[in-house]
Design a protein around this ligand. Structure first.
Ligand SMILES: *Cc1c(COP(=O)(O)O)cnc(C)c1O
Length: 398
């Protein structure tokens, strides 16, 4: 993909600069900083000759517009030099299912990390199974030990780092080395760290997925997914996108690009705030353990430090054993932490979770009720006061 015309820099730019400058085409945008929201299906050809030759920058709305191209260029810059192409999908889950359909066929075997996002698991156990693809789940901490699970028909390994509820941190470079030695592709759901804090493709991953619904969008107002691939995987990914007819709405494309422009400052705040809050939770008598790889005490800390350049606003805690009614009192007392799925927006969130019923390769038994928090952009003292009121109600109920 070509560099934007207003990028006159001859040297590679820092990711923070790319986030601001990539995908901008001042001339085509008639001077405006942002691209227009192009709503379009039909693209007209000036002459019959152009039509016969399919000549023209854009062919048809489904295949791309100036708005989608601007977003794809920004994402390419963010993913780094190994990124050969970026596909856009109507949701994060849509990006994952499209990537899997792109690289798998009937009779193939797929390895999936046991801490995977649950709807991804449902797709593997549902549709992929029906289409003749067999899935085996593996221990998130297996590292190079997944070697013994790889078979001659293993086509792909799907990882997620860290698991978005349980926060186990897989060793992606070790997994990728083993997978590649056996001819399998590696797909990474990189939603937690984003490419700003984890350059998946630089770490041996072939296809890097974002639920852009989360941090890329950043404002809890879009559903969106991205599929970034290296030169080895991009032909299959782009073909699947074309054959399946995957495309995205122009307003969501625009909002995803707008979100990307401020990603660095938002993530820096989420990281600082989450680290402060995670340390605060660790001092609470009600809390048994905090699951957050950015903490030195976390079992995944060494891998996080080696492979990631930052942490984001999502982590979990394990409470000391308590009745569900006390946990519910805690949740119902909170006013600043909304109870809801998704995350990555400006607001703080909390949900209870329990992965024990659907894990198959490992046993999830943390020893107490588990809660996942997203730390938003609110004042930290306000958030702590809210949680203190919650813990008071929790203690009174327990
Ligand atoms: C939210 C999420 C998804 C799915 O994204 P949607 O846009 O909600 O479909 C996939 N993976 C992870 C890790 C997520 O948190």
């Amino acid at each position: 993909m070509t560099r934007p015309t207003d990028d006159r820099s001859p040297t590679p730019l820092d990711a923070h600069t790319e986030l601001v400058t990539a995908g901008r085409d001042t001339q085509a945008q008639k001077g405006f900083v942002n691209p227009p929201v192009v709503r379009g299906s039909t693209v007209l050809y000036p002459t019959a000759d152009d039509l016969h030759a399919h000549r023209g920058e854009f062919q048809y709305g489904r295949h791309g517009t100036p708005t989608t191209r601007a977003l794809q260029q920004a994402l390419m810059a963010l993913e780094g030099p190994l990124c050969a192409g970026v596909g856009l999908a109507p949701s994060g889950l849509g990006a994952i299912s499209t990537a899997l359909l792109a690289v798998l066929k009937a009779g193939d075997h797929l390895l999936v990390i046991d801490s995977v996002y649950r709807p991804t698991r449902n797709f593997c156990d549902g549709m992929l199974k029906r289409y003749g693809v067999e899935t085996t789940y593996f221990d998130p901490l297996a590292g190079a030990g997944i070697d013994r699970l790889l078979r001659p028909d293993t086509r792909a390994v799907l990882v997620e780092a860290p698991g978005s509820q349980s926060f186990e941190m897989p060793d992606i470079p070790a997994i990728a080395a083993v997978a590649h030695a056996r001819g399998a592709l590696v797909i990474d759901d990189n939603t937690w760290a984003t490419p700003l804090y984890h350059r998946s493709l630089d770490q041996g991953v072939d296809i890097s997925i974002q639920a852009a619904t989360k941090y890329l969008g950043g404002h809890s107002d879009i559903m969106f997914g991205t599929i970034s691939a290296n030169a080895r995987a991009w032909p299959q990914v782009s073909e699947a996108i074309r054959l399946l007819g995957i495309c995205t709405g122009p307003d969501d494309v625009f909002l995803a690009l707008r979100g990307i422009r401020t990603l660095a400052v938002r993530l820096a705040h989420h990281q600082r705030a989450a680290l402060d809050m995670a340390n605060w939770f660790a001092t609470r008598p009600e809390v048994q353990r905090v699951l957050y790889p950015a903490l030195a005490s976390d079992p995944g800390h060494a891998i996080w430090k080696r492979d990631f350049t930052g942490a984001t606003g999502l982590f979990s805690i394990v409470l000391k054993p308590a009745p569900q009614s006390a946990v519910d009192k805690f949740l119902d007392t909170l006013t600043l932490f909304g109870m809801g799925y998704s995350w990555g927006g400006f607001e703080s969130l909390v949900i209870p979770f329990d992965c024990s019923s659907y894990r198959t390769a490992t046993t999830w038994n943390p020893g107490g009720p588990t809660l996942r928090f997203h730390i938003g952009l609110e004042n930290l003292d306000d958030l702590k006061a809210d949680l203190e009121r919650g813990f008071d109600a929790f203690n009174a109920a327990g």
